[in-house]
Design a protein around this ligand. Structure first.
Ligand code: GLP
Length: 241
């Protein structure tokens, strides 16, 4: 595991974007695994800047996203599909983007369809991950079997309350989501975990140095042979280079 402790969130995002750009330069038709949440926003902005400055071409890249809320459509400003279009896809020249279908009511169908897409594209070359306050990755909540593939998740109380800030009313926050499973995430050739800010400090430390347990989904990353962790001076306060 390679850990980069950068000073600020801006520095961390810059570093993350450089790793993504390098991956695309080395393999123009690479498969990028992408994440939502506030953490990768600045990283995506650096990618957009690089594209606008003609430093990178996304035309052959395939993107697969980790997750989507069940019941939210692509046009819903709180859906992850909308988020990705707004914060990245609509501002670069990417063509092949994939995300679970939140409007598919049949979970078996939604999950099988997405898993087929993931299997067809092959292992992800570089998977970007954020981390939830309870250690979730994608929407793989504590207790999820490490062998799960794409599945329907009943979101935990902690996740629902963390997501509350994006919705007008508590009852509007979705209770279910479709997520890529940990098994697929772990098949990625390289995993890039980004965590910034002091509220991620404890869970990041527990995930990277504590026991590997389904109670802390991100702890499985300790067993992957090619993980890069990027944090800032707050999230990695406990870490000495
Ligand atoms: C959501 C997403 C995760 C993300 C997490 C952390 O639960 N499904 O992929 O990592 O939020 O979000 P944030 O980056 O806003 O802290």
């Amino acid at each position: 595991m390679k850990i980069y402790k950068l000073k600020t969130e801006e520095d961390a995002s810059k570093k993350a974007s450089e790793i993504i750009i390098k991956t695309i330069k080395n393999k123009e038709d690479c498969v990028l695994g992408l994440a939502t949440g506030s953490t990768p926003l600045k990283t995506y902005q650096f990618l957009i800047d690089a594209y606008k400055n003609k430093k990178i071409d996304f035309s052959k890249v395939a993107a697969v996203n980790l997750d989507e809320y069940k019941g939210l459509s692509k046009d819903d400003p709180n859906s992850y599909s909308y988020f990705m279009d707004k914060h990245l896809f609509n501002q670069i020249n990417i063509k092949n983007t994939n995300i679970p279908d939140g409007m598919e009511k049949d979970p078996v169908k939604a999950c099988n369809t997405y898993q087929k897409t993931l299997n067809n594209l092959g292992p992800v070359d570089l998977q970007i991950l954020g981390i939830g306050l309870n250690g979730h990755i994608g929407f793989n909540e504590p207790g999820t079997d490490f062998n799960e593939e794409t599945h329907l998740v009943s979101l935990s109380k902690s996740t629902i309350s963390a997501n509350r800030r994006f919705f007008l009313k508590e009852e509007d926050v979705p209770k279910f989501a479709y997520t890529m499973g940990i098994k697929t995430i772990m098949k990625s050739k390289t995993i890039l975990l980004i965590a910034t800010g002091k509220n991620k400090k404890e869970i990041l430390k527990e995930s990277l140095t504590g026991p590997v347990t389904t109670n802390v989904p991100a702890s499985i990353l300790q067993t992957h042979e090619n993980v890069i962790v990027i944090g800032d001076s707050e999230s990695l306060e406990w870490y000495e280079d």
